[in-house]
Design a protein around this ligand. Structure first.
Ligand code: ZN
Length: 687
């Protein structure tokens, strides 16, 4: 099977440039590609290795040691300095989102270690990716635990495996490339920062470019080998250019003026720490080398800013992605303006003028130049991706409101931790107690498969009674595989937090709706940090609506919430029944993820004009009882305010068998937070 040629990819110019720059300078630290499905993100990543320089390795070493500098700690070592040298193509290793820890870091056979005294280690994907590319598709869906392992390895350039005192360490330096669809959920900030560069990939808009994409795809599917053969020359040219740029990189100079531009731009965009400045400097150097220059100029800085900064701005998860080009222009101009009087040494006078010129409207052509230069032989693509970083801001804009402008959400705050009672078995997260792969040891059991988490005391206890029968004579215990016991661990899981929000007239007082939205937004932010799925049902007027089906995209939920109109009657029962529906479907889809229903209401229920006044309340009670019978854990956030209180939310919480919180108790540091919210009791109405 031949992969699609890198040179033949159309309309992904920013992405290809970012990949090429990483190939020129692996120190940049990888690439994250964000974009909708069906934009050839994966195809482009998989095509990269064909144009990467080949790798010299020690033959037979499973850890890809460099013969010129073999890893002294290599588990397959030590390697003889005079050993032969093998050359192989650069390797791309894919990390599946659902991979086990053993698959990623390798597995140690504890049974053999204990019973035979042999350190048997099977390398994992991190070993395979050493000196190559590690690719994670849907990286935003990667298990938290794997993310931690990946971050550790990426930070140290080393993979370390330890199983109850038996340990193995090997080098693991790789180009980390992730692709994701932001609609399916955001990335943890720590992981986001780990990627040197980000690009937004979208399908090209121009019909001609799209036609070329389709034409090539058809040709490639029709006869992959013939199609690849047509691109051999372009691939060769590109590979040689990458190799040349890599060779030139060490001699490229970063002048003081360019460095000042970098630091000024980073300061202007208010990025955390100095990592952004470093990545930008490395990217600008790589771009200069790639462009055949011996010195970084303003254009290199501009390209580097577009690729290195969008994900590093100080922002909350609901800000639009991308980089404001005007702000970038301004920052580059500022650096040029303050240039001459600042540096006490060196001439430095020429550079600010040069960068000033670059700012005067030439940026577009300059970008195209940078892009089309990647685009060896594919003229149609030039300009298709231009400004993708800047133009991507539209994704999270709330839809226009149909009536009076919706009340804005009050400023979010740190929310109290709401949990599902009991012990779950869901995906790792940070909300409710659960049996997990990591976490603290709470018990031991006989393992179902190979042991990775040995419980040593339990293992010894299991082996002890048999020592005589097994003929123990020497000092050590006589161990058998059947003695092994594994640890049962308890950590935290993520949940599905389903909001059921009353948007009816009784809630519609503007100030109060702002407070309600602020509280829900705070809970959403909390859910984002705890790796929960979220969903939202709203009810007002005649019906209940699924405003947001369960998703990992908290941004989408926040946008729906901001745009939520209010007014009309209060079909509470319909809201609860719709929530029950959503939960039933979701339980089929993801059975181990336990739901937490958060009902945000003043507890009132009104029906259509003709119905008896008590009917809606009874219907709501029945709907609540249904949810309680299904075992759904719930919290009622009581939004009732004013001097005269009906305390209807108490009744609802009781019917749901859930907790009750006043709106002002949603904050983690509220006055009432010392009094833990408890199962609702009628006496609470008085308090
Ligand atoms: Zn080795």
């Amino acid at each position: 099977m031949s992969t699609y040629p890198f040179s033949a990819v159309v309309g992904m110019d920013n992405m290809r440039l970012a990949l090429v720059l990483n190939a020129v300078s692996p120190a940049i630290g990888g690439l994250l590609v964000r974009g909708e499905k069906g934009t050839a993100k994966s195809t482009t990543v998989r095509a990269l290795t064909a144009v990467l320089p080949e790798v010299a390795v020690v033959p037979g070493c499973r850890f890809s040691c460099d013969p010129a500098a073999p890893d002294p700690a290599c588990p397959d070592g030590p390697h003889d300095a005079s050993a032969p040298v093998a050359v192989r193509p650069a390797r791309l290793v894919e990390l599946p989102v659902g991979a086990s820890e053993d698959r990623l870091v390798g597995s140690l056979d504890l049974e053999r270690a204990l019973t035979e005294g042999v350190k048997a280690y099977e390398p994992g994907l991190l070993a395979a990716a050493h000196r190559g590319v590690l690719y994670v598709d849907e990286v935003n869906l990667l298990h938290d635990h794997l993310v931690d392992l990946l971050l550790d390895a990426a930070a140290l350039g080393t993979s370390y495996v330890e199983r109850e005192g038996v340990s193995v360490r090997h080098a693991a330096r790789f180009l980390l490339v992730g692709t994701m669809n932001p609609e399916e959920g955001e990335l943890r900030p720590q992981l986001l920062d780990r990627f040197g560069l980000t690009v937004d990939a979208s399908a090209p808009r121009e019909p001609d470019v799209r036609a070329e994409v389709v034409r090539r795809r058809l040709a490639a599917d029709d006869d992959p080998a013939a199609f690849a053969a047509r691109w051999v020359d372009e691939e060769q040219v590109l590979a040689e250019r990458i190799a040349r740029a890599r060779g030139r990189l060490a001699s490229v100079v970063l002048p003081d003026a360019a460095l000042r531009q970098i630091t000024t731009v980073c300061a202007a965009f208010d990025v955390d720490g100095l990592r952004a400045d470093l990545v930008m400097a490395r990217t600008a150097l790589a771009h200069a080398a790639w462009s055949g220059r011996s010195e970084v100029d303003a254009e290199d800085v501009r390209v580097a800013a577009r690729l290195a900064l969008p994900h590093r701005r100080r922002r909350n998860p609901f800000d639009a992605p991308g980089l404001d080009e005007q702000q970038l222009d301004q920052a580059l101009q500022d650096a040029a303006d303050q240039g001459p009087d600042e540096p006490p040494d060196g001439p430095g006078a020429g550079a600010p003028d040069g960068s000033g010129q670059d700012d005067s409207g030439q940026d577009d052509s300059a970008v195209d130049e940078g892009q089309s230069s990647v685009d060896a032989g594919a003229g149609a693509g030039a300009g298709a991706g231009a400004g993708a970083g800047a133009g991507a801001g539209a994704g999270v804009a709330p839809p226009p409101a149909p009536e009076a402008p919706p009340a804005p959400a009050a400023t979010p705050f740190r929310a109290r931790l709401l949990t599902v009672p009991g012990l779950g078995t869901g995906a790792a997260g940070r909300r409710s107690r659960a049996r997990t792969d990591s976490g603290r040891v709470t018990a031991s059991r006989i393992p179902a498969e190979r042991v990775t988490r040995l419980h040593l005391p339990a293992t010894l206890v299991a082996a002890a009674p048999h020592q005589l029968a097994r003929g123990r004579a020497g000092r050590g215990l006589v161990m058998r595989g059947e003695d092994l016991r594994e640890s049962v661990r308890e950590g935290r899981e993520g949940n599905l937090v389903l909001f059921c929000v009353d948007a009816s007239g009784s809630m519609a007082a503007r100030a109060r709706m702002s407070a309600v939205k602020g509280a829900v937004l705070s809970l959403l932010l909390d859910a984002y940090q705890r790796r929960d799925k979220v969903g939202m049902v709203t009810f007002r007027g005649a019906e209940a609506q699924v405003a947001l089906p369960p998703t990992s995209s908290v941004e989408a939920a926040a946008a729906r919430l901001q745009a939520l109109p209010t007014g009309g009657r209060t079909p509470l029962a319909a809201g609860l029944l719709r929530a029950a529906d959503v939960l039933r479907v979701e339980r089929m889809r993801d059975p181990s993820r336990r739901p937490l229903l958060v009902v945000v209401t003043d507890g009132r229920a009104t029906g259509s004009a003709g119905s008896a006044p008590t009917a809606p309340v009874e219907q709501a009670q029945r709907a609540a009882a249904l949810l309680a019978a299904a075992g759904v854990a719930s919290v009622v956030v009581d939004c009732e305010s004013g001097a005269v209180r009906l305390g209807l939310a108490v009744t609802l919480a009781t019917a749901l068998g859930g907790e009750l919180l006043r709106l002002d108790e949603v904050a983690a540091d509220s006055l009432a937070s010392s009094v833990r919210a408890r199962t609702a009791t009628p006496s609470r109405k008085v308090a």
